[in-house]
Write a protein that binds this ligand. Structure first.
Ligand SMILES: [Zn+2]
Length: 311
């Protein structure tokens, strides 16, 4: 059955894409078929649909098999039969015709195209330079594919309260989601800013070093943002120390302005040392470093140790 379907597909492809379409290989199984052919660009959805329509029209026309055995090769060519490039043929060949399709072929075919039942293209792809592959299903396989698509569409529609305008409903959801995402990001940025400002108010300055300390619940991302914003705003004499908790996980963060790094302070070294109090480890660069751990009740001690080491 699918052998015949490849003949109809070949013919339809030549009608839709042009006579340069030449079969480069095919694989036929009871459930599906694969057809490789020469063509230099992607076959568009519109072209694929035209091919599908032509093949299905040929199936519905129930064209009978017209088989010519022991035909001299010259006569076969005169009949317009397509030969496979690179294939060796004897003096006498078999010509298989279904309406306008004529091929030299030794395979088994249906008695009439109606036996194919239905034809659906399921994939079109490139397999090598200038070679495209079409995968298709026929008969009951086409029904099964239709049923599974129908089930999926029903399920999606149910998720959208059986909206009659499914595409519009999905577009609305996507844009609402993007809006919500933007608002959430703006809120988080506001919260981070407010936290940073309250920390700055509590900051003390000692020996020309402004020490900003945070202890409490915060996401690693918010702490990192605060560290880098402070470094940007206070290019000199800034030390930032944070002992934060996120979902019960303790995190130490240390950041210095570049002038303090030049004077010998090293965030990576200090954080590694202090992380022992939270049974953790980490590191980073001299100007920014973090360490995670698992001993929450050691967080206070770790922060005190860091504060003391800066003086
Ligand atoms: Zn054939």
């Amino acid at each position: 059955r699918n052998h015949t379907a490849t003949h109809l597909l070949h013919e339809a492809l030549r009608e839709v894409l042009g006579s340069h379409v030449e079969q480069k290989g095919s694989l036929v199984s009871p459930d599906n078929l694969r057809f490789d052919f020469a063509h230099f660009q992607k076959v568009s959805n519109e072209e694929l649909r035209m091919v599908e329509q032509k093949v299905n029209a040929a199936i519905r026309a129930n064209i009978p098999l017209d088989e010519h055995r022991h035909t001299p090769i010259a006569e076969a060519k005169a009949m317009g039969a397509m030969a496979l490039f690179g294939e060796k043929y004897g003096e006498e060949v078999r010509v298989i015709r279904f309406g306008s399709s004529a091929e030299l072929c030794g395979g088994t075919h249906v008695q009439a195209t109606g036996e194919i039942g239905a034809f659906r293209i399921v994939a079109e792809s490139s397999i090598a330079a200038g070679i495209r592959r079409i995968e298709a299903i026929t008969g009951e396989g086409a029904d099964d594919q239709y049923f599974s698509m129908q089930d999926e569409l029903r399920n999606i529609r149910a998720l959208f309260n059986n909206s009659p305008q499914l595409t519009a409903a999905i577009e609305k959801l996507v844009s609402e989601h993007q809006e919500a995402q933007k608002k959430l990001e703006a809120l988080m940025a506001e919260r981070t800013l407010a936290l940073k400002q309250s920390l700055l108010q509590k900051a003390r300055t000692n020996n020309g070093i402004k020490l900003v300390v945070f202890e409490g619940e915060a996401t690693p991302d918010a702490i990192k943002q605060i560290a880098f914003q402070l470094r940007g705003e206070q290019p000199e004499g800034l030390a930032f120390i944070a002992g934060s908790l996120d979902n019960g996980k303790p995190l130490l963060t240390v950041a210095f302005s570049d002038d303090l790094v030049a004077k010998g302070l090293n965030a990576g070294q200090l954080v590694r040392e202090a992380a022992k109090a939270i049974q953790g480890g980490g590191g980073g660069q001299p100007h920014f470093a973090t360490a995670g751990g698992k001993h929450v009740s050691g967080l206070k001690e770790a922060v005190n140790q860091l504060v003391a080491s800066i003086g």
